[in-house]
Ligand binder design. Structure first.
Ligand SMILES: *[C@@H]1O[C@H](CO)[C@@H](O)[C@H](O)[C@H]1NC(C)=O
Ligand SMILES: *[C@@H]1O[C@H](CO)[C@@H](O)[C@H](O)[C@H]1NC(C)=O
Ligand SMILES: *[C@@H]1O[C@H](CO)[C@@H](O)[C@H](O)[C@H]1NC(C)=O
Length: 470
């Protein structure tokens, strides 16, 4: 069945392409976002349609259920670390802004990055800024009962194979946050500040060759530039590992943007807020023409990220199968039930027929491979530090969850031998460990990607009803 529809879609794409060449540009809105997003993915033996149906029908519902349990909803995080890379010059300030409206007078105009505003615009700005801060604030309320329970939760630790900077769980600045109370959605955080974050990730932390001095940035189309072609030429010259690294970052970026488009603040009036799909926001980010060809590639990178994290879940099964492993929250019967749900989910992950083959990575010359892996790790750690520079707290929270989750997935993928030896060494010093924080991040991060894949189906169907020529 899948084969038939796939062929049909490919044919459709081909026809559309040919029509395009003839100059009669009449693609539907849906085709313009999804035409290139079909068939097999580069660097792996999988195709989009298989992932869609596997995720949406089998995995997504179970994962959603799991993520509402106490073990997975409380994430310990330090949202108050200073940005280590640049002095924060965000026009909303940081820590206090969620409670206090920001005063623009505090910062001399000239210092604020690139803002040359007249007074009337400035006050509009202040309102906008205050609104954005409210939306971006993190609700850190926990019931007393929860707080007590959390104090009992035990943690493990393991420094060695980390791909991420992990917040010090003991730090007085670290707090538990209820992820269900703080869904990832539109916060109004955009413009130069948000731009700076992604810019420093792509420009300084994606293995861009030093010889390239012109900005080659996949974001360029957001700001009206036209660097996309050059950027992808550069990408093609990279080894598979560095290309993979870039694609993971791009996939993360896509996922975040899908969430912002799917949980857009559509209405904000005295009787409440309404969140929902904003098709034009989605098109701005993914439409082939509006993004000068980048959009479909971004979506393909999302699927790539999905495969990497899915593979990690499949591989980590033996760790969770250990009888001594508990999803400890203090309620024995519930904890046991949740563990069964978790194992069921991991078995589903394992059953996926077209897993990514991670032995493709770091497979070359041993010395080179070790060096590459080290670079990979350092760069990824650096990206997780950049999350401390995200000005909007809610975005920072989800940025941290997702980078730590991906970091944990990578740690798993490169600890295959240690994980396989787990059941055979009971009582001994365990060769592989995950902290509670890593576990929570891993599943919540995958939850985001899985939700994004699910949302694409919604956007596909919404776009098929749109008839506009942009
Ligand atoms: C945080 O969430 C709780 C529970 O839903 C709610 O009662 C409280 O008003 C929220 N606080 C803020 C600041 O939104
Ligand atoms: C880490 O990221 C910052 C900010 O983008 C950059 O300036 C720095 O060179 C990076 N450091 C490493 C070791 O990659
Ligand atoms: C949808 O997003 C666009 C920006 O892409 C914005 O201009 C528009 O107002 C949004 N629509 C609604 C209903 O909020």
């Amino acid at each position: 069945m899948a084969g038939g529809t796939r062929t049909a879609k490919l044919l459709l794409c081909l026809i559309v392409l040919l029509t395009d060449i003839e100059g009669a540009i009449s693609r539907s809105a849906a085709q313009r976002c999804f035409c290139g997003v079909t068939g097999s993915l580069d660097d792996c033996t999988c195709d989009v349609e298989t992932i869609d149906s596997f995720n949406n029908k089998q995995l997504f519902p179970k994962l959603q259920k799991l993520l509402t349990t106490d073990y997975f909803r409380f994430y310990k995080v330090n949202l108050n670390k200073p940005c280590p890379f640049w002095t924060d010059n965000s026009h909303c300030g940081l820590r206090d802004c969620a409670v206090e409206p920001c005063t623009l007078n505090e910062v001399p105009d000239g210092i604020r990055s690139g803002s040359h505003k007249y007074p009337s615009e400035a006050s509009e700005d202040a309102e906008e800024c205050e609104r954005a801060e409210k939306l971006g604030a993190v609700n850190s309320s926990l019931s007393e009962e929860t707080q007590r329970a959390l104090r009992d939760w035990n943690t493990y630790d393991d420094e060695e194979d980390r791909f991420c900077m992990v917040d010090d769980e003991e730090s007085p600045d670290s707090d538990y946050v209820d992820l269900l109370l703080n869904p990832e959605r539109f916060t109004g955080y955009k413009g130069p500040e948000a731009w700076q974050i992604w810019n420093s990730i792509y420009e300084e932390n994606c293995f861009k060759p030093l010889t390239v001095n012109r900005p080659l940035n996949p974001l360029a189309t957001y700001s009206g530039g036209n660097e996309g072609r050059g950027f992808y030429n550069w990408l093609e010259g990279l080894c598979v590992e560095k290309r993979a690294f870039f694609r993971l970052v791009s996939g993360l970026h896509s996922s975040i943007n899908i969430h912002l488009s799917a949980r857009y603040l559509l209405e904000d009036s005295w009787f409440g807020k309404k969140w929902g799909h904003n098709i034009s926001e989605f098109q701005q980010r993914f439409d082939e023409k509006l993004t000068k060809g980048e959009g479909p590639k971004r979506l393909r990178n999302l699927y790539f990220l999905y495969l990497i994290e899915l593979r990690a879940l499949a591989k980590v099964l033996p760790f969770f199968q250990q009888p001594s492993f508990q999803l400890y929250s203090g309620q024995a019967a519930q904890d046991q039930e949740n563990k069964e749900l978790l194992l069921e989910l991991l078995h589903v992950a394992k059953s996926f027929p077209l897993h990514f083959d991670e032995t493709l990575l770091f497979a070359g010359n041993k010395k080179e491979a070790a060096k590459l892996k080290e670079d990979f790790k350092l760069t990824f750690k650096n990206i997780s530090r950049i999350m401390d520079c995200v000005g909007c707290f809610k975005c920072r929270l989800w940025g941290k969850v997702q980078t730590q989750g991906l970091g944990t997935a990578l740690k798993i993928l490169f600890s295959g031998r240690q994980i396989e030896s787990l059941p055979k060494s009971p009582g001994a010093q365990l060769p592989f460990q995950l902290t509670r924080q890593e576990i929570v991040a891993l599943f919540n991060a995958f939850g985001r990607i899985s939700t994004s894949v699910r949302e694409l189906e919604n956007f596909r169907s919404l776009l098929s009803k749109v008839h506009v020529d942009l």
